[in-house]
Each structure stands twice: as structure tokens, then as C-alpha cells.
Design a protein. Sequence first.
Length: 162
Amino acid sequence: MDALEVAVKMEKDAIAFYTEAAQKTKYPAGKKMFQTITEDEKRHLEMITQLIKGLKVTHKDVSPMKNVKTVFEALKDEMMKKVEATADELEAFKIAMQMEKEGKEFYEKTLAHAKSDKEKALLERLIKEEEQHYAIFFNTHEFLADTGNWFMWEERGIVEGG
């Protein structure tokens, strides 16, 4: 199995995991986040598939951070409530972080052996998006694990008088 075939499998596994996590997560912003990241992973899969087929790889200028920011803005009032995440939900975010970390590491290794400019460009983009996905999942895990401290440190309202 070559690197791009492994990438296809990784993306399919991510789609399956994030789809299931979205179905099981009760927290509305977490559910929407998993759904949004699932769509990113589907787009990754399509880009990799196109590259394998030798087609011209095109992609929309998508920003995972921008998409998730939109999700959080839409659910801001809901987020201000104290969140009680289940252990399973927290574990899903930990698994998601590990998957994104491993995906990034795999794409970095694959980039070192990329044969074409298109392949290199795609892998560089995937690395960047996996980094953003990791940051999104990490921040959400921290929020769900300890909402009060998350707001204090992330929003800095209490410390800085904002």
C-alpha cells in the first residue's frame, strides 16, 4: 500500500469516527464541530482521490478555524452555560486530537517523499488543516473539561478586566 492509499484509509477512518462522535455527542457545539470536521475530512478524501486518479486537484479555500468560529458564534448563548461533558465525550475529543496528530505526522513523512508539485501542495495543505483540527479539538476538550477555568484563561476577562 503506497502513501496515498494509506491517506485514503486514514481519511475514511476519520470520517467514520467523527460521524459517530457527532451522533453520540450531546453538547450542541461539540456535535456541530464533529459534523464540520467530518466535512473537511470528506473534502480531504476527495482531493487525495483526485490526485490518485491523476486529475487536476482543486479545492475550495476552506479554513477549519473559520468554520468552527462560525459554529461557536451561532451557539454562543448555549456555550455560556456551565457544561457538563460526559467521560465518553471527553474521550472522543482526546481520540480526535490523537487522530489529527497522527494524521499530521503521516502527511509530514509523506511530504518528504512526494514526487510531484501537486502532491507536495496537497500534503502541505493537509498538514496545515490537521494542525488546525488538532487546535480546535484541544481547545474544545479544555472547554468541556473545565468550563470555568477555560473562560478565565481563554477569554482573560477576569484577569485583564475585559
